[in-house]
Ligand binder design. Structure first.
Ligand SMILES: [Cu+2]
Length: 149
């Protein structure tokens, strides 16, 4: 009997190990619906209280997400801006919201979309948390690094 059961038990053990490995990866968290990479806040120039932030915003979900607002303790106000070319001049335009289609990314980078931070205190730290608010009431706290221009 034991000679028959032994290999069977081994198989069950192997399945258990695979399952517990799977569950461990689940408890570490499934891929978040929203992720942010290359998140940088530029340290305001001396005497200035406004600055910009850049990042890549990834929608990893199967639904479109609408970014409504970004807030942080380091700034009085944060606006979503895009850059519009009119003739030969570039000018910034405020966006009331930003739609990120399912399974896609939006780049906030120099010359394009960016976050505009107003009433920024002196930034001596190397990082700051910005909170992203979406229309579906989901919010994400994102760690930005603070870098010089
Ligand atoms: Cu701007």
């Amino acid at each position: 009997m034991s000679k028959v059961n032994y290999p069977f038990t081994m198989v069950k053990l192997a399945v258990l190990v695979v399952l517990s490995g799977f569950m461990a990866s689940c408890s570490a968290g499934p891929i978040a619906e929203i992720s942010v990479s290359q998140a940088v806040v530029k340290r305001p120039l001396t005497g200035k209280t406004q600055t910009v932030a850049y990042f890549e915003l990834h929608n990893n979900s199967t639904k479109q997400k609408t970014l409504k607002q970004v807030r942080s303790q380091i700034a009085g106000t944060i606006e979503l801006h895009t850059t519009i070319k009119s003739g030969s001049t570039l000018r910034m335009q405020r966006l009331s919201e930003l739609i990120i289609p399912a399974h896609s990314s939006v780049s906030f980078s120099p010359g394009g979309k960016h976050l505009m931070l107003f009433r920024v205190a002196e930034l001596n730290a190397t990082g700051a948390i910005l909170e992203f608010y979406f229309s579906d009431d989901s919010t994400y706290a994102v760690e930005f690094s603070i870098e010089d221009y």
